[in-house]
Design a protein around this ligand. Sequence first.
Ligand code: C2E
Ligand code: MG
Ligand code: MG
Length: 798
Amino acid sequence: MQKSIDMQELLEAIESSDSEKVPESLSGMFSGPMDRPIYDQGPAASQHRNPFYDPGESIFSQLLERILQGYALKLENEGEESSASLDILLDGVSDSVLIMSPSGKIIEANQAFFRTFGYQRSDLIDSPIYELLPEGYRAAFHQRLADFSMQGDAPRSATPDDILAFRGLLHDGSVVSMDCLLTAIQLGNEPAVIALIRDLSFDHALFQQLKETREHYVALSETITEAIFRLDDEFNIIFANSGVKNTFGWEREEVVHQPFSILFPPEVFAKHEGEFRKYFYVDDQDRKAVGLKRTFEFLGTTKHRGVAPMEMSFGNSKEHKGRTLTCVIRDITQRKTIERKLRHLAFHDKLTGLGNRDLFNEDMANMLANPEHDSSWRGCVLFLDLDGFKHVNDTLGHDAGDELLIETGRRLRVCLREHDTAYRFGGDEFVVVLSNIKDVSDGVIVAERILASVSDLYILRSKSKNSGSRVNVGVSIGVAIIPDNGATIEEATKSADIAMYCSKEEGKNRYTIYDPAVSAKATARWQMEQEMKTALGDGGFKLFYQPIVGADGKVRGMEALSRWRRTDGDQVPPSVFIPLAEESGMIIPLGDWALRRACYDTRRIHDRGFKDIYVSVNVSSHQFEQPNFADELESIVKGSGLSPSCLKLELTESTIMHDTKDAIERFNDIKKRLPGISFMVDDFGTGYSSLAYLSQLPVDALKIDISFVLNLAELQNEKVVNAIINLGHSLKLDIVAEGIETKEQWAYFSERDCGFMQGYYFLRPAPLEEVYALIAKEAKAEAIAAGNAASAKSPLTA
Ligand code: C2E
Ligand code: MG
Ligand code: MG
């Protein structure tokens, strides 16, 4: 009987946020049916279709007919069989069936009736029905019953007007909403009323649940700031939440019953309509298989803001009226703005605002893949490297250097056509791409324009110097034509880079068009530089050590010297790869690597019991002048666990003299961070150290330049060597002589009280283990000598 509620209608009422749409037959349920007067069946109740009660061929009329037949038989025969068949008939009905006299005396009822009210059959037969009603309902029920039984004597089909709502008083004292359908009948000659009673508590519970679900749904859809729409399969909006206002600026009333297409620019809707339609019929779990995305980005039309980027997700459902599609649409303007900003940050150089290497690669890939390019198409890559940038940076400071780069970026933009682009690859390296040229002459025109523009005077206002500086720089340019000098990104950039090398080698501040015939030397150099970049990560570099001995010939320390073997097996001397590394900037990672390796290796020697051995590491001027050099050094030394007192940094005289004030500040800073660390002036005697400065420098040792030692026989050199030794002694600095190849040279320096010596005579630069073996051998010899001396003195062995 519970089925008799029209679920469809109920669901529709629940879904509608508009209470006017709730069918009246159900509206009481929304407001609490228990509180309504019992005979409150408005005229609209008759609209409520109920297959059970319906006039005509309703289930009830059929049932009624059969009950009456059964009863007639029972009266006629009073036979066991007919009585039993009536009982079976009544008990086969799941709702309560009751036959009573017009005065309300219960004559007969089925099992369901007794079960519902909680009584035994014997308790109720011949009792008045009113005992089963709460006090306040009895009079009204009685009246209704009397009216009803007077209406006629012939059985007739029930009409919905015959349904009356009341409340039943159960045996356990609880009061339950029910409704019943009364029909006047004749039992033999006696008038009677037959009642079909439904317990509404289940319907009420179900309804309550649906009502709560509806409230949750409404609360949810109203708290969401996104727009929610439901569409019928004609793409009409049948529901919209208040988020529509927030997202599109429309009131929900303005969009409900409108076509979905009003939310899009016409071309956008036309483009996506087919795809949208698929979401109607493909269930969520099957979307991936047919290539439908979970979310959909598009441009939506707002009421006041024109078009805006939106994101939509879909959920379809089958309903009695067909399929509907629920769309949740959010405005993603803000997200898109952030994405754009992040992308800009990721693909642009912060200083100049030009694109970076990643953007260059992306743009180049797009350009090379452009389907509109036929075989006559030509592009061009120009590689640019400023001449004299380092000097500006060193003399005027980094602010001025930055300003120079910013201004160069601006000048490059001015030199280019709309479709051509400038990028900064880092440092003073710029790249220009011409997306469409007639022939090489177009590349030449741009190169000449850039040369002229960059050669113009720069006026830099460096903050640190607090005044404008007039500066001239140049630019070395390499030009490569695509696809002639390289059809891929790698080949085209390599050719332009090599051509730029040629410009540098030929005197700078010029352009060179790539020519494989004349670029052989530059190509080899370029190749080496590229290989060097990968060698550092691939273990191509090794660190060798050369012992530094005291005047007694015993090892006191060792100098770390880098070695590079190319993949073809060639050993490249430091005199070749160090300048190349300095030019390409590779010296920074290479120098850091050597420093770290040296600290860890020396720490290993200490761990083996030789805690006094020190290591001397060469530091290039580029490395030393890095703003974060002290931080990097501190972290490496502390990370290795090496005592700073066992680390000496070798800097050339020119590095220190380049900006003595700055060098002094750096030395002092480093000494504060790493107490005990020493600084040594390498290749001393070749530069122009003034005595006045040397006495102020916080350096600890001087290393006599190898050329004086190797050519000691020349009187001039001998004089210089003696002067350096005397200077060192008077300034209380250690003196190291390197390049000791002979016993005589060793003797010469030992006699002059030169504290430390280094040279092939003792050992050539060698792998760590060889140096360690020498140290261990010396220690062993010393122990044996000490043992012999001890045993010679011992009274026992005497
Ligand atoms: P340097 O620092 O003055 O190193 C001494 C150079 O003299 C080394 O050359 C060493 O092998 C060589 N030498 C030592 N004893 C003798 C000898 O008795 N006779 C002769 N003829 N030569 C001797 P090497 O290893 O070729 O290094 C050359 C330069 O390269 C070094 O000069 C140093 O300035 C630079 N260098 C080497 N490794 C590194 C490094 O890791 N970083 C930096 N920044 N520079 C390095
Ligand atoms: Mg050195
Ligand atoms: Mg040296």
